[in-house]
Design a binder for this molecule. Structure first.
Ligand SMILES: [Zn+2]
Ligand SMILES: [Zn+2]
Length: 214
């Protein structure tokens, strides 16, 4: 287990943090399902990373695991962490088909540790909002915007300079490969960024000039 440098929270500090961001933490967060699914995901990622948690059954930790309800959701306090279990999608399926019977609830695995992560997360979010980091985040956002813009320009150039024959059926695949998007996105991309080519060349079979004038 990696050493965990998060400050442990007292009841008092939790309330203080909660109050400052408008959360009523007098009513303490009782279970992991009382927080938003987005925050829950982030929390799970942190737990998996810091505590080297993986699937309770097989240890798989390549991506975020599922939360299984051991005795279902129709019991009293279904989200109590004695009723929750972290499992990978694979083992989850096997549990539901009865092929895995082993049970290791969250309470046994990490006890209440997720709570200190949750309060630390709230604290961090609050700090980010009110500090220099805001400027930093804005700067990063702007850099990303410029990067995306440059990438787009490069893609447009690639299309304009390519020797793709847009009148032939394979053009979608070729465009997708050239600029690195999925074929499903190609036609919308072309409408947005290369409308002229799209309207004048794409799927337009070259109509043979017929000489049937008198
Ligand atoms: Zn598993
Ligand atoms: Zn389940």
């Amino acid at each position: 287990m990696k050493d965990n440098k998060e400050t442990p929270h007292t009841e008092e500090s939790k309330r203080k943090i909660g109050k400052s961001i408008g959360l009523n933490l007098n009513k303490e967060v009782a279970n992991i399902f009382e927080i938003s699914s987005r925050t829950r995901m982030k929390l799970l990622i942190r737990l998996m990373k810091d505590l080297k948690l993986g699937c309770s059954i097989c240890g798989w930790d390549k991506a975020i695991c599922d939360i299984h309800h051991i005795r279902g959701r129709k019991i009293e306090n279904p989200h109590d962490h004695t009723n929750l279990m972290i499992v990978c999608p694979n083992c989850h399926r096997l549990i539901h088909t009865g092929k895995i019977k082993k049970i290791i609830p969250l309470s046994e695995l990490i006890g209440d540790q997720w709570k200190s992560y949750y309060y630390a997360y709230i604290e961090k979010r609050k700090k980010i909002r009110s500090s220099e980091e805001v400027k930093q985040l804005k700067l990063e956002k702007e850099n990303r915007r410029i990067e995306n813009f440059t990438r787009l320009q490069t893609s447009i150039d690639l299309i304009n300079l390519s020797s793709i024959d847009f009148s032939k059926r394979g053009w979608v695949g070729e465009v997708a490969k050239l600029i690195g998007i999925t074929p499903q996105k190609v036609s919308n991309w072309m409408k947005r960024n290369a409308l002229e080519i799209y309207e004048t060349q794409c799927n337009k079979r070259k109509i043979p000039i017929r000489n049937n004038c008198n």
